[in-house]
Design a protein around this ligand. Structure first.
Ligand code: SOE
Length: 382
């Protein structure tokens, strides 16, 4: 059987994780990578042992041998790259947020459908084994009807006005920063697990640092701690540091959550609680193998990931036995496994978030900014 060939566009923090995740698929190889100049591309390719590299992604799209493209660049490039890739007949995995606007995201959905190409927005966090176990518990009715969802996605890597990253500037990251980066993950997870859809929201955004000190050279995600005062210049900021949101998920279910990049000590604090009429569940990404299950009349339990004890339908999401943790990197292996199954067999079920899910995420981002500006509840497109 011919190995499928993938090209990765963008070699920052997440591009590297994609390369490693693809390499864990037995039927796929990382054939090429693209960066915004030849030198950067070549350096990364050398470091990772990838044969082909280019400073111009179009040259890779012209290669008939490449089956799929992973877009891991700053958000402003998602749309032009995905559009060009789909037009060239490539299957596409795109990082979140899918695009800079819902108009762009909508075009991506339509083009992928028209071309009948596999399309995935990388909400990898769905693929933690205990999240999948929870999804099955909820589907089996163990939580009853879902009444309330609560939580946060909090990080601290942009706490200081000297912290910098491409996401801070709307021209490269989009009008929303923390919500697009973290809020889209939170909403995707909650909707995936509960089977409910966010229908209306009321949001309040805050930009604590009205100006920030921009480094005079590029800084990798999470890598700002290494700079000195003379390395910066002061610039005004037009993207948000923090958002709090109230949610309606249909007529009955309600929710509330916050997202922040200024929460000292929270490194990747993605946490949620789901309350139903029969029971509740809570999970936290920083302790991914543990799932808390709450009961009204019997003792609460913390269950630990162990495929042999997991719901049968969730079992294939865990590859290691109990006591052997599976984390962030492994979620990429799991999502790509399912994506490439549909690339190899176009009739295989789509067991991953697709561009339509990505469009919904972008629509929620737009509604968050809209609601905050108006100080009002707004409806989210169905
Ligand atoms: C940075 O905030 C980031 O890398 C996000 O972009 C990811 O989606 C998240 O999983 C971890 O944090």
């Amino acid at each position: 059987m011919r190995k499928l060939k993938a090209a990765v566009f963008g070699t920052g923090f997440v591009g590297r994780v994609h390369v490693e995740g693809i390499r864990r698929q037995p039927n796929v190889e990382v054939a090429a990578i693209a960066e915004y100049n030849d030198e950067l591309a070549k350096r990364f390719a050398g470091e990772m042992g990838i044969e082909r590299s280019s400073g111009d992604y179009h040259t890779l799209l012209a290669d008939k041998e490449i089956d799929a493209v992973h877009i891991c660049t700053p958000n402003a490039l998602h749309f032009p790259m995905a559009k060009a890739a789909l037009e060239a007949g490539k299957h596409v995995v795109c990082e979140k947020p899918l695009a800079m606007s819902s108009a762009e995201a909508d075009e991506m959905v339509k083009l992928a459908r028209a071309k009948n190409l596999a399309n995935c927005v990388n909400h990898n966090l769905r693929y933690y084994p205990m999240a999948q176990h929870l999804r099955r518990i909820r589907e089996n009715g163990e939580l009853g009807e879902i009444l309330v969802v609560q939580g946060t996605y909090s990080q601290d890597w942009l706490l200081y006005d000297t912290d910098w990253n491409w996401r801070i500037e709307s021209k490269s990251g989009g009008r929303s920063r923390v919500f697009a980066d973290l809020g889209t993950h939170w909403c995707d997870m909650i909707q995936h697990l509960t089977g409910l859809r966010i229908t209306s929201l009321c949001a309040d955004t805050q930009t604590f640092h009205k100006t920030r000190k921009r480094p005079k050279r590029a800084v990798e995600t999470f890598a700002g701690k290494t700079l000195k005062p003379e390395d910066y210049e002061e610039v005004p900021i037009d993207t948000e540091d923090f958002v709090s949101v109230l949610l309606r998920l249909g007529d009955r279910a309600r929710g509330a959550f916050t997202v922040s990049q200024l929460a000292a000590g929270r490194k990747n604090g993605f946490a949620f609680e789901i309350y139903g009429t029969k029971g509740s569940a809570a999970w936290n990404q920083e302790r991914p193998d543990e799932l808390w299950l709450g009961h009204r009349n019997t003792p609460n339990r913390i269950i630990i990931k162990d495929p042999s004890l997991m719901d049968e339908k969730a079992r294939s999401y865990a590859d290691l036995p109990g006591g052997h943790s599976e984390g962030y990197d492994d979620t990429f292996k799991q999502i790509f496994r399912r994506f490439y199954r549909t690339v190899a067999d176009r009739s295989a079920p789509v067991e991953y978030p697709d561009f339509a899910d990505g469009l919904h995420g972008v629509q929620i981002c737009e509604k968050v900014l809209d609601s905050s500006a108006k100080h009002a509840w707004v409806d989210v497109p169905a």
